[in-house]
Design a protein around this ligand. Structure first.
Ligand code: OOB
Length: 563
């Protein structure tokens, strides 16, 4: 007997807030050019399963037994996704609901995310490193219906954090999200009931928002990025072509899998589109990665620059493990030219640099590019339809080849953040201000030369300066705080916080401030690498804190009173 299609219940949550749309003529152009199509992320796996039912889609640890390596064919993965969608629907999740997904790289992550797409619910992609401070903000902005976590066995007590998030929201008279723990909840408990397709946002289901990604941010509050099925699938399809992903690709995902880079550039979704295999690493260590590469015949992996350096060190004694590796995708932060030059000879893989952002634009060096461009540039945009503008401080376009701030628009770059009226990252004619300083070469390749936004890039992890300073200022004995970046050979940048105490606050120490930041639940990577307590800040001519002077003071090794 074929089960009757199930109609999910309507949501109890507030409706999805409207997002800044693409102008109708621009949207029509993207449709006419074939960039935007009618399929959705919920169809992706079943379409590949029709072509390659018995191929291996996913290998990875399981949340419920971390030493078992789960191995699923496309058919088996589709079956698990259908069951999980039914289980999630039975827990009350409905189309249009927002669901904070905070999972390590376990098989259940893939199942839950794809099940939410099937259901028409919207994942909010948190990172395992996020704590109460970020999670509460995501729940407030999205009115999240559920928070999916991996219990207590993955290096942190995620359940306890989820409970604290719920307490904070309850204290604010908000309805906290249902906590779904994939260590305990059996995602296969329900029959794979076909779900009736829902089109919550009108007829063009593919142009509805599919999920919310996180922005590295520059303000005190994290920002959420609304990406549509059509725009995201376009970027994934093109990335698959540019990176030569096909059914023989075996991709190792050692970075947090919900980040935009391993998710879509070309990422897990690209591999699943092409019928290849995704191998999830439960931890990012080179030891685990090298073991999986050798065991699974891994052909490619997305990496941030510090991991490339760690792989180079390990390869000095374990190069044989890498025999199957063909390409290495490196992005998230600037890869030093000197490290780029070592990838081919020492890892035996072709380097592809990736300069991307969760807001949209992704650039790649191409597989056929001359070595010099691959080693010294961050690639060129995916699409002819990506518009690039480089401007000076007044917003005027610079002369060709000159350095300036990068603005961009295109078929997969957002026009506004979710749930905020703050439009400061966008120009009135829809350009996204990336905050990155670049130079465009005659070939169209971009060289990232620096940054004009108040964000620190700690080995690919983005830290909004204002968010950390605000968190420090919440300490009763802190009068003022300034966070600056210092260059670091391994991470690119590390953070140093300068803090001025309130008068008579003699008990202020670096240790008490770190403890304060942990108590308020700031993600670990945002906790300053060093805290310096000083009597006063150097100021600029107009009396503003001079970050440049603080950086110079650090370089001199001088602080007025350091602890
Ligand atoms: C990726 O995305 P996000 O949203 O975490 O961070 C975006 C920012 C960029 O605006 C830029 O400041 C920096 O990260 N960045 C790079 C870079 N790739 C990203 N800076 C210098 N060189 C590079 N190659 O980080 C991201 C998203 C998709 C693909 C790859 C990376």
């Amino acid at each position: 007997m074929t089960p009757r299609p199930m109609t999910p219940r309507p949501s109890r949550r507030s409706p999805f807030a409207p997002c800044t749309p693409y102008p109708p003529d621009v949207a029509a152009r993207y449709r006419a050019a074939g960039h935007w199509r009618d399929d959705t992320l919920g169809d992706l796996l079943s379409e590949t399963a029709r072509r390659h039912p018995g191929a291996t889609a996913l290998v990875g640890p399981s949340a419920r037994s971390r030493h078992t390596r789960v191995r699923l064919t496309y058919q088996a993965l589709v079956d698990r996704v259908e069951r999980a969608a039914a289980v999630l629907a039975s827990q009350g999740l409905a189309p249009g609901d927002r669901v904070v997904v905070q999972l390590p790289n376990v098989a259940e992550l893939a199942v839950v995310v794809m099940a939410l797409f099937r259901l028409g619910a919207l994942p909010v992609f948190a990172l395992p490193a996020h704590r109460e401070s970020e999670l509460v903000a995501f729940c407030r902005i999205t009115d999240a219906a559920a928070h999916v976590v991996a219990g207590q066995g993955w290096g942190h007590d995620y359940l306890a954090t989820a409970a604290r998030v719920a307490d904070t929201l309850r204290a604010e008279h908000r309805d906290p999200p249902v906590v779904i723990d994939v260590e305990r909840c059996d995602l296969e408990a329900a029959d794979p009931v076909p779900l009736r397709r829902s089109t919550p946002h009108g007829a063009r289901a593919s142009e509805a928002v599919a999920f919310l990604q996180l922005s590295g941010g520059t303000t005190g509050v994290p920002k959420l990025i609304p990406r549509t099925h059509a725009d995201y699938l376009y970027s994934v399809r093109e990335s698959v072509q540019i990176c030569g992903v096909d059914a023989t690709t075996v991709m190792l995902v050692a970075l947090p899998a919900t980040h935009n880079f391993p998710m879509s550039s070309p990422g897990m979704l690209g591999v699943w589109m092409a019928g290849g295999t995704v191998v999830l690493a439960g931890d990012p260590s080179p030891r685990t990665a090298f073991g999986l590469i050798a065991a699974e015949g891994v052909t490619t992996a997305p990496l941030v620059p510090p991991l490339v350096q760690a792989w180079l060190t390990r390869a000095e004694r374990d190069r044989a493990a890498l025999h199957s590796l063909r390409t290495l995708l490196v992005g998230g932060a600037r890869l030093p030219d000197s490290v780029a030059r070592r990838v081919g000879p020492e890892l035996g893989a072709q380097l592809q640099q990736v300069f991307g952002m969760a807001e949209g634009l992704v650039c790649y060096t191409r597989l056929g590019d001359p070595a010099d461009l691959v080693e010294t540039t961050q690639g060129r945009p995916i699409s002819e339809a990506d518009e690039i503008l480089v401007v000076d401080d007044l917003g005027t376009p610079v002369a060709e080849g000159d350095e300036g701030e990068l603005l961009t628009r295109g078929p997969y770059t957002i026009r506004g953040y979710y749930g905020t009226d703050d439009r400061s990252s966008f120009t009135s004619d829809g350009w996204y201000r990336t905050g990155d300083r670049v130079r465009v070469l005659p070939s169209g390749h971009l060289r990232v030369t620096g940054r004009s936004k108040d964000q620190i890039n700690r080995g690919g992890e983005k830290i909004a300066v204002a968010e950390v300073e605000d968190a420090l200022l919440r300490h009763r004995a802190v009068h003022d705080a300034a966070l600056v970046a210092v260059p670091d050979a391994y991470l690119g940048e590390r953070t140093v916080a300068f803090v001025v105490g309130e008068p008579l606050a003699n008990d202020l120490t670096a240790g008490s401030l770190t403890a304060h930041l942990r108590t308020i639940g700031l993600a670990g990577f945002k906790i300053p690498d060093r805290i310096e307590i000083v009597d006063r800040f150097p100021t600029t001519g107009v009396g503003k804190t001079s970050r440049a002077e603080l950086r110079r003071a650090l370089a001199r090794g001088y602080t007025e009173r350091s602890q």
